[in-house]
Design a protein around this ligand. Structure first.
Ligand code: F6R
Length: 286
């Protein structure tokens, strides 16, 4: 397996651009890795790339289609995009978004809803047109879910496909809510959440028994069809799954390993999340 790892930088006064070592494009056989001095700098780097893509598309009078994640990991990416909108005139008028997932059932105004999360962390603070926002609907009746999911896939295709997909990673190796057992050809669908994922969400819900057992998620194939994929992982609780995702065999047991087959995937890590990934990989690539 082919890994590409950028040099970790230790100078906190450098700009993000200076710190972001150039990572060669991969050719469908490896995950490019960048290790930043801390998660703030990694988040800024991700936001800068997204902002540059939005601006470049706007200059061509084209839309920019983003796949977005929720959870604790991308919060500072969204904060930085909001800051750039407020301070630097970044407009999201040409942006179309598709969120990865939503609990089922889930009311949009509930505390744990991903609709509410996205409004609070990004959409309420930028100029994205409301009709450009797509988040799986957690109020859909079970019998309507298959049609709803097909329509979600169609909307992504009609938008021109996802230009850049932002991802976090769960301790089960899930991307979106594609839990172990998800296949490479899976598309948007209803899934059963892994007990580990429900335990990780227990605090947000006030107890594991209150965490929904199901969700709607984009599929592995949906994610892999994105032109660029940027996965963020921070903290030592992600170190083991990051290492197994990068260094392990591609397996349905760890759906994130399917990312190894993508031609433009980068992991943006802090030192804690990168701590278990093989040091020989760094040595080889510096
Ligand atoms: C959320 C999502 C999940 C999270 C993952 C990590 O939309 O798709 O895959 O990215 O569960 O969550 P955090 O960032 O809270 O550790």
């Amino acid at each position: 397996m082919n890994k590409r790892v950028s040099a970790p930088s230790t100078d906190h006064n450098q700009s993000v651009t200076d710190q972001k070592s150039v990572v060669s494009p991969t050719s469908g056989n490896g995950i490019a890795i960048q290790i930043f001095p801390d998660s703030d700098l990694a988040s800024r780097a991700a936001a800068d790339e997204i902002a540059a893509l939005i601006r470049s598309r706007a200059s061509e009078q084209r839309c920019c289609v983003l796949g977005l994640a929720t959870g604790s990991t991308p919060v500072r990416v969204y904060q930085e995009l909001v800051r750039q909108h407020q301070d630097e005139g970044l407009s999201l008028e040409n942006v179309i978004t598709f969120n990865l997932d939503e609990y089922l059932p889930m009311a949009p105004d509930a505390q744990q809803s991903y609709v509410r999360f996205m409004q609070q962390n990004l959409f309420n603070h930028v100029d994205i047109p409301a009709q450009n926002i797509h988040i799986p609907d957690g109020t859909i009746a079970t019998e309507d879910v298959p049609n709803y999911c097909r329509d979600y896939e169609d909307r992504i295709i009609r938008a021109g496909g996802i230009d850049l997909q932002l991802l976090g990673i769960g301790r089960t190796g899930h991307i979106g809510f594609n839990e172990p057992g998800s296949t490479a050809d899976s598309i948007t669908r209803m899934v059963t959440l892994d007990p580990v994922t429900r335990a990780d969400a227990a605090n947000d819900f006030g107890g594991i028994e209150k965490v929904p057992s199901h969700a709607i998620t984009m599929g592995v194939r949906t994610i892999l069809q994105s032109r660029r994929i940027r996965l963020l992982a921070f903290g030592d609780h992600k170190a083991s799954i990051v290492q197994r995702t990068i260094e392990g065999e591609v397996s349905t047991d760890i759906p994130a390993t399917y990312l190894q087959s993508h031609s433009d995937v980068q992991f943006l890590l802090d030192p804690d999340a990168a701590a278990l990934t093989s040091p020989t990989a760094f040595a080889n690539e510096l």
